[in-house]
Structure formats: structure tokens, C-alpha cells
Design a binder for this molecule. Sequence first.
Ligand SMILES: [Fe+2]
Length: 341
Amino acid sequence: MGIDSLEADLAGRGFAVLEKHLDDAALAQTRCLHSESIATADPAHRSSGAGGSTRVHLVEQHLDALYLDQVLLSLAVRVLQFPFGLSAFLSRTVHPGAGAQALHVDQARDGDAMSMLGFIYMLDDFRADNGATRFVPGSHRAPSSECVVATAPAGSLIIYDGATLHGFRANTGGADRRSIQGAFVARAERAFPSPPRRAGRTDLARYLLSNPVQAENRVEMSYLAQAIEASWDHRTAYRGVSSAANPALGQCYPTARVVQWFFPELEIASGEVWTGTSTEDHFWNVRSDGKVIDLSWKQFPTGSSVRKFRVLDRETPGNSPPTVARCELLLQRVLVNLAVS
Ligand SMILES: [Fe+2]
């Protein structure tokens, strides 16, 4: 299923099922890592859930690939119009004899917009008799009495709008029904049980788990420039400007901030550019030896020149909340772009 049809399913029904999203080898490996995580989990991260189920918060990095999945992240960047982090990331086992979980929403919508994107990886076949999750299609938008059981083979992935009514059925089968699930929510609302800091995680994984976070891994400036350009749009631009002919327009400040995130030794310069017809405020990066890195200079016509500038004090940027949001959104998109492209 392509991203477009996934997005359409999410918008219309509130959930989508990607059958056998994990191939047999990935499923076997995930099951193995899952068993290991469950066996060695800190008791503080284990709890009894609804019906007769066990939840274990997954804080080790063995299973990071599941929430760093390219399809999942590409979709999340599209449907969540804000910087997001991982909130819950946990294993749920619905044991034989477990009762049904009440229908519920995980997080109501914020007006018309989705506020939480949830996902469930099936480690066992989801069947009507072993505790498969049921959904009320369209309930994220309007009340409905229809109910659909999301049955699919092990390795399948459910992606859902957190405002869609759902809950697992009773497990009347003879074996555990295992899944790994999680959710992306606005970064300020994260409720992840603060994972210990560990080396080896990618910048994107650390970003999704922590708030705030600094880059640890270097990236080639040329790759970074491509990822930044691919991530510009009216939501990252100053005052929402957008020009198909001049995509760099209004992107200078968040661009300079994102470059500084990856290269903390760089400063941000704030100055004025004379375009030949007007004077424009502009931001770019400078190195201590004076070298200029300006990834949004192309917004100005040939022959433009810097009239004056000063280096910003990085300790007191004094940004307005909308500016902070634009910088954060660009950073998130760039991290995902670097990870999936
Ligand atoms: Fe739920």
C-alpha cells in the first residue's frame, strides 16, 4: 500500500492495516529481540494492563527499527503537522483467558487535526478469537456503530489515528497474542518513561525519545543541504510565505538553526542583504575562522550583497513560539529525510 492510500485510509477510516509489513526474516528477528527484551525488562517497566494482559515498556534500543520504520515515519511526517516524539513504546501480550478491552480513544483530536498517530506490530497472527484489536471505522470524525476486527497475519502493522475508538477482543484461544505498539504525539506532550542515555542510537532515535536533544552523529554538509531543501515549505517559512519559483524564501532562520544543530561549532549571523531593490533581514551560519555557510542565500537575486551583520548570542536567542515551532518542524523533517532517503 502506497503512502497516499495509507493517508487516505487513515483520514477516512481512522486506521489502516499493512499486511505482512515485516517479512519473515524481520518478523523472526523481531520476535527474538522481543523475547530478550521481555526476559530482561526492569520490573518497574512491567505492568498488568486491561483484561488480562501484560505491558512492558521497551527502553532498550534493540527494537528501535520498529518506530524508525520508513513507511511509518514518512506517513507520520505527512499527517502530523507538528514536531512529534515517541510517547509509549511497549510490548503488549494478551494472555489466554483475557477479557475484552473496553473501546476507547488514546488521544482526542485537536479540532480537525490528528494529535496522535498510533502503531501496532503484530508478533502473532491477530484473529477474532485471540484478542485482535477492533476498531470503529470513522469514529475519529463522527459517532458510528460499525465495528471491524483488524485480523491479519503476524508481521502486519496497524497504523491508527489515536482518536479512533478501538480495543482488543477477548482471547479465547490457547496462546498468547503478542504485539509491540507505540505512538507519536507532539513533543511537548510526550510521556515516554525517560530512556537511559545510550551511545549508538541514531540522532533521529534520540530526537524521538528525548526533548531536547543535541546531534551526536555528523552528516555531510551536502546531504544536509539536500535534506533541508526537501523539507522547506510554507510551514517552515517566515510568516508562511511560499513561492514555487523561490523555495528558499523565508527559510533562512530555521535553516541556520538546523545547520547549527548538526554543527554546534557554527554560529548564526543576523544581517541585512541589499538585493538591488530592497533591504532584507537574513540569517546564515559562520565559522570562527570567518567561513560563511549560507544554505538559503539562493533566495536573493544575483548581485545581492550583505550590508551588515552581527553574530547572534546563542544563549539568548529570544525566539517567539511560532519561530521555535518552525525551527523544530524543519529539524524533525530533516532528521526523517536523512533517515529514510
Ligand atoms: Fe488504546
